[in-house]
Design a protein around this ligand. Structure first.
Ligand code: GLV
Ligand code: GLV
Length: 340
């Protein structure tokens, strides 16, 4: 048998397994079932150590924490292909130093995540989830009072992080006749021009917006970017939506903001702690909409992510550039070389 390739889940789209099956490689798969993005489904550390010592590549997911101590065990492993756009679960710097390629799946999930962001925004503004809950509870509800919502058209959307997802969201918002402002680490004049949106300092995005949507990547610099002080800048009538990463928002500060009414509500797809426990403080608010990290969760998008994840890995095995390399600096540490 050829070199060993590890796949950290058995329930990914089948193209991953079928493409690997065509190659002269030994496929090892972790079969324990559990929620796909949940921590329980990740293999235990002994399994990972064995993989890093004996396999050449691994297809991993967001729930797999690949830290420096694990990367130090990499006697053989030199490809980590994550089935996600985010690479914040991987110590990319340590990987680069060790000559490990880290690949990911941007672009293919952009539209799906932007769709979800828009969906959460409207669900919040128009109390869609609350309305559904009230019908199911079968009680008497006063739709002239607490089911009154906020208008989406004509409102100001503030986007935090104008990457691919933020840009796709801006396009949607323009179609809804929203005014769009944004803050991003790098200003994007061509997108401002093309879409008719405006750049603002972060503080102004927070003070001016009726809806603030976070689409910035998680890095050490963006951890708790939205903290107590910044939440206090938002209008009392404004909503916060996070489809990026949980730790960009200080959860304790957000709970305080909701409890004390500094903002009108929040919709979250990502959390500092995933899966979010059902008894969490956030689940107690009627003006909060919660989804379990489903930004990219459509059949079509997941299929494309799987295709990209397996292609990234196979390309490197064949000595070719992967479609999306998260650490291009690694090419000078370990030049590409065909293994199969
Ligand atoms: C989803 O959160 C991803 O990083 O793919
Ligand atoms: C928002 O208010 C909701 O719960 O749907």
């Amino acid at each position: 048998v050829g070199p060993c390739i590890f796949v950290s889940r058995s329930n990914l789209p089948s193209i991953i397994y079928s493409e690997l099956n065509k190659l002269p490689v030994e496929i090892r798969m972790w079969k324990e079932t559990g929620p796909m993005w949940g921590k329980q489904a990740s293999p235990p550390r002994e399994v990972w150590v064995d993989v890093f010592k004996n396999c050449v590549g691994a297809i991993v997911t967001l729930g797999d924490i690949i830290d420096k101590s694990l990367i130090n065990e990499a006697d053989k492993l030199f490809i980590i292909s994550t089935y996600s756009v985010g690479v914040d679960h991987i110590d990319v710097k340590a990987a680069t130093e060790k000559g490990i390629y880290v690949t990911h799946t941007p672009e293919v999930l952009v539209e799906a995540v932007a769709d979800l962001a828009m969906g959460l925004l409207i669900a919040l503004a128009r109390k869609i989830v609350l309305g559904d809950r009230l019908i199911r509870m079968g009680g008497i509800y006063d739709k002239w009072g607490w089911l009154l919502g906020s208008e989406v058209h004509g409102a100001t959307l503030g986007i935090i992080g104008l990457g691919n997802i933020g840009t796709a969201l801006a396009r949607r918002a323009k179609a809804f006749n929203m005014r769009v402002i944004y803050w991003s680490r790098t200003r994007k004049p061509h997108i401002e021009f093309a879409l008719g949106i405006e750049y603002r300092p972060l503080e102004s995005v927070l003070t001016e917006s009726d809806f603030v949507v976070i689409t910035v990547a998680a890095t050490p610099e963006t951890r708790h970017l939205i903290n107590e002080e910044r939440l206090r800048l938002m209008k009392k009538t404004a909503y916060l939506i996070n489809v990026a990463r949980g730790d960009i928002v200080d959860t304790n500060a957000l709970v305080k903001a909701l409890r004390e009414g500094w903002i009108a509500g929040a919709a979250l797809d990502v959390y500092e702690e995933e899966p979010l426990p059902s008894a969490h403080e956030l689940t107690k608010f009627d003006n909060v909409v919660l989804t379990p990290h489903i930004g990219s969760a459509t059949y079509e998008t997941r299929e494309r992510m799987a295709e990209v994840a397996v292609r990234n890995l196979i390309n490197i095995l064949m000595g070719k550039r992967p479609l999306y390399l998260a650490n291009p600096e690694v090419l000078s540490v370990r030049p590409l070389q065909a293994l199969i």
